[in-house]
Ligand binder design. Structure first.
Ligand SMILES: Nc1ncnc2c1ncn2[C@@H]1O[C@H](COP(=O)(O)OP(=O)(O)O)[C@@H](O)[C@H]1O
Ligand SMILES: [Mg+2]
Length: 310
């Protein structure tokens, strides 16, 4: 079983009662698949349709058309729920509960009957580094702690696939790093993780694959490398400026600019960079620094949102 999630031609149209529009196309013929055991990031601005897609996969919202499968079962099959964990966007846990009570409460809602003293509760609190806070009412928690607890309730029943809707929204940088570390830990345990986010940099750091959704349409899909590798810029600093002859030779083979001992090279892959280095080494040039600048996912993100119908 290679894929954990297969999405085929999903479309969702919400009927609304707004005066100027009586329907919203939240998803427009979206198809893609996610392999098992990867971290997948679904990116897009607010209103792109990300939450709608997760809710369809969870069976909370029904698609207008199209189908999806999770772990080889159609999403209409309720059996799948046992294999899924979910951290909703803007969740509000009852704030008079303690951390451990939240975990037990949501586990029970999901048909998983445990008590505060169950080893599962202990394990999951350890995993999200919240053991010290387990007996404290959650109204005392910071946003980062709340999200870590949210993660704990999403994974206490040891699901195969974990859906996280904007897990780091409103969390400070240290809290975000803590959440990322937990996600990497979960991935190393073989889980498939599906993250919705409008915060690119977050997803870029942890995701094996990403998709960009805009106005309900899938505009990009692939690994972060595949999506960003098209053109890279390399800055190479040499000990001394190059001789005129060497510059002529290099400029015949490569696209580069020269400013004293700083060479700015355009490459499309690492081979190009290695070939360039070989030429420099052949000429016995001392290299004192190499700085590779990738097109960032952010550049790509902005580009795909502005270039419509690409
Ligand atoms: N229950 C609903 N009824 C009507 N429109 C909705 C409903 N839920 C979401 N929408 C609309 O669908 C679009 C996609 O929303 P959503 O899936 O929440 O996007 P995202 O999570 O990417 O911000 C938005 O235009 C939103 O206003
Ligand atoms: Mg959302």
């Amino acid at each position: 079983m290679a894929n954990s999630i297969i999405i085929k031609n999903l479309t969702k149209i919400y009927k609304t009662r707004s005066i100027n529009k009586n329907q919203v196309k939240a998803l427009d013929n979206v198809s893609f698949s996610i392999e098992r055991g990867i971290v997948f990031g679904l990116l897009g601005p607010n209103g792109a349709g990300k939450t709608t897609l997760i809710k369809i996969l969870l069976g909370i919202v029904f698609p207008t058309s199209g189908t999806a499968e999770i772990l080889d079962k159609n999403i209409s099959n309720y059996e799948i729920r046992k294999s899924i964990g979910y951290l909703p966007e803007n969740h509000k846990f009852p704030n008079y509960l303690t951390g451990e009570e939240v975990i037990v409460y949501y586990a029970k809602l999901n048909g998983f009957n445990i008590s505060k003293n169950s080893p599962q509760v202990e394990n999951v609190l350890k995993l999200v580094k919240m053991e010290k806070w387990r007996k404290v009412k959650i109204k005392k928690y910071s946003k980062g702690m709340m999200q870590r607890l949210g993660l704990a309730q999403a994974i206490v029943h040891e699901p195969e696939i974990i859906f996280l809707d904007e897990p780091t929204d409103g969390v400070d940088p240290i809290g975000r790093k803590e959440i990322r570390d937990i996600l990497i830990d979960l991935k190393n345990k073989g889980k498939t993780i599906f993250i919705n986010s409008h915060l690119l940099s977050e997803v870029e750091m942890v995701s094996d694959k990403v998709a960009i959704l805009n106005e309900g349409k899938l505009v990009k899909f692939g690994t972060v490398d595949e999506l960003t590798v098209n053109k890279q810029i390399c800055e190479i600093k040499t000990e001394k400026p190059l001789s005129g002859d060497l510059v002529n030779l290099l400029q015949k083979k490569f696209t580069m600019k020269i400013n004293n001992n700083l060479l700015t090279l355009e490459i499309s892959n690492n081979n190009d960079l290695n070939n360039f280095m070989d030429e420099l080494r052949k000429a016995e040039i001392n290299i004192i620094g190499v700085n590779q600048k990738k097109t960032s996912l952010e550049d790509l993100f902005i580009k795909s949102l502005t270039e419509k119908n690409n």
